[in-house]
Design a protein around this ligand. Sequence first.
Ligand code: BGC
Length: 395
Amino acid sequence: MKKKVICTLLASAMVATMLTGCGDKATETDTTKTEGTDDKADDAADDATDDATDDATDAADDDATDAADAADDAADDAAGDAASTDLSDKTVGVCIYQFSDNFMTLFRGELENYLIEKGFAKENIKIVDGANDQATQSGQIDNFITEGVDVMIVNPVNSSSAETITDKVVGAGIPLVYINREPDEAEEKRWEENNWDVTYVGCDASQSGTFQGEMIVDLGLDKVDLNGNGKIDYVMIEGDPENVDAQLRTEYSIKALEDAGLEVNCLDDQVGNWDQATAQQLVANSLSQHGADVEVVFCNNDAMALGALQSIETEGRKVGEDIFLVGVDALSEALENVLGGKMTGTVFNDHFAQSHSAADAAINFIAGTGNDKYIGCDYVKVTQDNAQSILDMVK
Ligand code: BGC
């Protein structure tokens, strides 16, 4: 029985309302995510595989074979529907929150390539820049509705605007794939309850935060505790505080240190809004205020880590010797820095898997095969050991 390799995430995510500033405590709500898969065909195949296995265990070999065959047929039918749909005259409207974002630039480039590979005509893929302004993006969504696109892929400027966006797009009968900025639990529940053609594609940011923390844990307290106070003294540079990626990375990077039994001391916690220049300034301020006491700089993304590195070098500090620095995304420049010892590590935010899953979800909606309401993927921890192989992949 053939079984497609799928990008699956089973996440029991702790959604946290983070408050900026050292020492503020997060308010935690336990939410259990639903399993994310490429499409229902995979689920059908998976379920039937499980059923088939059980049946076989019960010595009902024939039943198992039948179940496996039925699952294969179901999977083939659904995959066939998606594959046999003629996409050459279908239109897709893609809203990106801000073109100048490094990570979203990689994401949209790969998304466009993959949509073309799957059969869309280049001129039918309309990608627009929200310029980090929700009003601008809402206007772009209105325009896509007026044009009557067949499907929309939306990277919201503000995740909190998702309810309004969903109402408009669903109201116009257009299927909707959210990417990168996850709407809240209540919003996702509405899609489920109303069985709307709406889904979210993204990675579980708590995993990336945990990986950041673990990279520091792996170095050991002796190496990192440069001022010998028995604690990890750190500076946190956060992305957009409205973005769940920023909230969870901030929380889980520190949680990983604490879970490993390390004591932590937050020297500074600032909002860099995912931006290199802003982070450069913030880290310059922290270094001038706290000097040699700054042992680790955690940045919610690589763009900000690159800014942090500029300030670290300006101060004459040396990563790996008298300070440690971690980011997220695995931008090429950050990977070069990891290889050259100028960054302690980063975390690969798989824009290939995410853009492909988003495009596949859009195609499934067009083909009428539907999607799960949450489609996840895994992050990859990147240190000097594997940075070259990730670089070969992203370059
Ligand atoms: C990325 C950031 C990016 C943000 C945009 C995050 O997942 O790590 O680099 O700025 O998404 O929403």
